[in-house]
Design a protein around this ligand. Structure first.
Ligand code: DGL
Length: 274
């Protein structure tokens, strides 16, 4: 048994979609969440910048004595994690592998679409992960950079969001995919619009659910489960606490009280021990 919190981080607020699933499946686990809203988005930044930010984000979470780290951000999982993972001394879970596994469970025709940020799309990690599990499927990728801004703006379902979704998704519709991986923390929040555009016959995959199942299994295997008791949730943002509270409530579906602003410049990636 280990009552220390699980650390979860993302480039911003979108990772709360992952937190929501963890809270649902593992109600006894305490969570410390860090959203790097001050420097979001990561998905349009260079590999070097994403790696630098990731090192600082990890240094911050590890300074809070977390027992395990969940990387909720697809861009970090795709671009930075292969670089920094070996230097982290606690178990680290990412979102790509669970998303790939879930897509293969759902596809019937073996025609899988992946939508993600430009950084995740050009890294090619989703097609690689899916093909390594089943080389016989066909993958179609599409970057949808504006989706992140639409979610952050709270425009989860309106005329403009629908128009942009129609434009981004038209090639995937033409490709007659039967499964679509929402390969970005923010995209599950646009699921209604995406489903309407793609049609009910296309199964939508969000990594968050599958990741929570993997997390549950890992906690059990490593004897890291929390003893029964009240879980505590603490949230940190590198930007406005008010914005975090407002959008966070929309994503989690409940009020968030314990939020603090943190200055990432204090987490020097060189001097902070990972
Ligand atoms: N969290 C990022 C991801 O899942 C999306 C937002 C961003 O670009 O930073 O890829």
């Amino acid at each position: 048994m280990d009552n220390r919190p699980i650390g979860v981080f993302d480039s911003g607020l979108g990772g709360l979609t992952v937190v929501k699933e963890i809270m649902k499946l593992l109600p006894n686990e305490s969570i410390i969440y860090f959203g790097d809203d001050g420097r979001t988005p990561y998905g349009t930044k260079s590999r070097e910048t994403v790696i630098k930010y990731t090192r600082q984000d990890l240094a911050f979470l590890l300074s809070m004595d977390v027992k395990l780290v969940v990387v909720a951000c697809n861009t970090v999982s795709a671009v930075a994690l292969p670089e920094v993972r070996s230097s982290v001394k606690v178990p680290v879970l990412e979102v790509i592998e669970p998303g790939a596994r879930s897509a293969l469970k759902k596809t019937k025709k073996g025609r899988i679409g992946v939508i993600a940020t430009p950084a995740t799309t050009s890294s090619g990690v989703y097609p690689k992960a899916i093909k390594s599990m089943n080389p016989n499927v066909q993958i179609f990728s599409q970057a949808c950079p504006l989706f992140v801004n639409l979610v952050e703006e709270g425009w989860w379902d309106n005329r403009i969001t629908r128009m942009i979704a129609e434009e981004y998704l038209k090639d995937l519709k033409q490709a007659k995919i039967d499964t679509l991986v929402l390969g970005c923390t923010h995209y599950p929040l646009l699921a209604d619009v995406i489903r309407d555009v793609m049609g009910d016959e296309v199964a939508l995959v969000s990594s968050a659910e599958e990741l929570s199942i993997t997390l549950k299994e890992l906690l059990y295997k490593e004897k890291l489960e929390s003893a029964d008791g009240e879980a505590a949730y603490r949230f940190y943002t590198s930007d406005s606490v008010e914005k975090f509270r407002k959008l966070g409530k929309m994503i989690l579906g409940k009020e968030i009280t314990d939020i603090e602003r943190v200055d990432m410049e204090n987490y020097d990636q060189i001097t902070c021990k990972l």
